[in-house]
Design a binder for this molecule. Structure first.
Ligand code: ZN
Length: 336
């Protein structure tokens, strides 16, 4: 495998969608997991987002919740999962900076496993790989839209507790069906929770504006209520001048994941993806390119940039600019 042309950065990559099927298979077997498949190939089909299986964001999330998150739900499993992701992305794409996200509460089998054991094992996996490959890595804890707010509050407290160990931020993820239908008092609670995280020194991001369902309203509401440093996806903002003005005014960068948006049909095709990216560049919105879930989607950082170039989203110089933006808006402190 030749040395990659550029050092790449991935700011939006979920542990649940980034572990190679053969590693997940091995983890599942080492734990005596009972799998509903006859052989390895059926398993590959089970944990990847083929186009006949995934018609929407919810179909995509179902694969994560039903299998990959469950298989990763022990200290040994999460440590190996994170260790393997970092090495693979470095060797395959030359990714030297990565912010890996996961929900620790979706790795403890509903409270059967101790959360601190899960988190510290994740950090061990990260530290081992970062040392081997000389990479800069941080962890982002995802809160879940479908969780009760008090569960999400516990996740934020854990993120604050483990900040000096390499937890750099929080995210709010999950089906957008639950997105902005929260009651006003719930929204106030999330607003306070995000303020608490920021005050403690954590950086913040939110999945929103991904599907036409929430549209640009999701982006506008999130900027106004949660004040995140970045937004995951946010592609629907390309259809709303006010949302783009807010993104520019508050210097909120977007974590764009092209293959993911095409796979979930959040964006119809490469032509629309090109329109979205060119509109953001034209309006001065800061954008970064990311994978979301390389194995789940059959992609990696190198391929995402190749596709962006091939379909006319970005030229060579703009790819360098995206990487400079990614470095700039990264939650990892410092240059080295
Ligand atoms: Zn995501």
């Amino acid at each position: 495998m030749p040395r990659p042309k550029r050092e790449l950065i991935d700011l939006h990559i979920h542990v649940g969608g980034a572990v190679a099927p053969h590693i997940l298979w091995s983890i599942a077997h080492s734990q005596g997991f009972k799998l509903p498949v006859r052989d390895y190939w059926e398993f590959v089909d089970l944990v990847t987002a083929s186009s006949d299986k995934v018609k929407s964001l919810d179909d995509y999330l179902k694969i994560l919740h039903t299998w990959t998150e469950k298989i990763q739900s022990s200290p040994a499993a999460i440590e190996r999962a994170i260790y393997e992701i970092i090495g693979k992305e470095y060797r395959g794409s030359g990714v030297t900076r990565m912010e890996l996200r996961f929900n620790p509460m979706k790795r403890n089998l509903g409270g059967e496993r101790d959360l601190d054991h899960i988190i510290q094992a994740a950090i061990r996996g990260m530290d081992r790989a970062a040392l081997e490959y000389n990479c800069r890595i941080g962890l982002i804890f995802c809160l879940a839209r479908e969780f009760d707010a008090h569960i999400n509050e516990i996740i934020v407290e854990k993120a604050i507790k483990y900040q000096s160990w390499g937890v750099v931020g929080i995210d709010l993820a999950g089906s957008e069906e639950h997105a902005m239908e929260l009651a006003p008092d719930e929204m106030a609670r999330y607003s306070a929770l995000y303020a608490r995280a920021r005050a403690a020194g954590l950086k913040t991001t939110v999945h929103t504006g991904e599907t036409p369902g929430t549209g640009a309203e999701g982006v506008r509401a999130v900027i106004e209520l949660l004040r995140p440093h970045r937004i995951g996806h946010g592609v629907q903002a390309a259809y709303d001048e006010n949302a783009m003005k807010l993104l520019v005014k508050h210097k909120v960068a977007l974590e764009i994941c092209p293959s993911s948006n095409l796979s979930t049909h959040a964006v119809a095709d490469w032509k629309e993806m090109k329109h979205v990216v060119r509109t953001f560049i034209d309006r001065g919105v800061q954008i970064t390119i990311n994978t979301d879930g390389p194995y789940l989607l059959g992609t990696d950082m190198k391929r995402e940039f190749e596709l962006c170039e091939k379909h006319g989203l970005l030229n060579d110089e703009e790819i360098d600019r995206c990487l400079a933006t990614a470095k700039d808006v990264s939650f990892l402190a410092g240059d080295s």
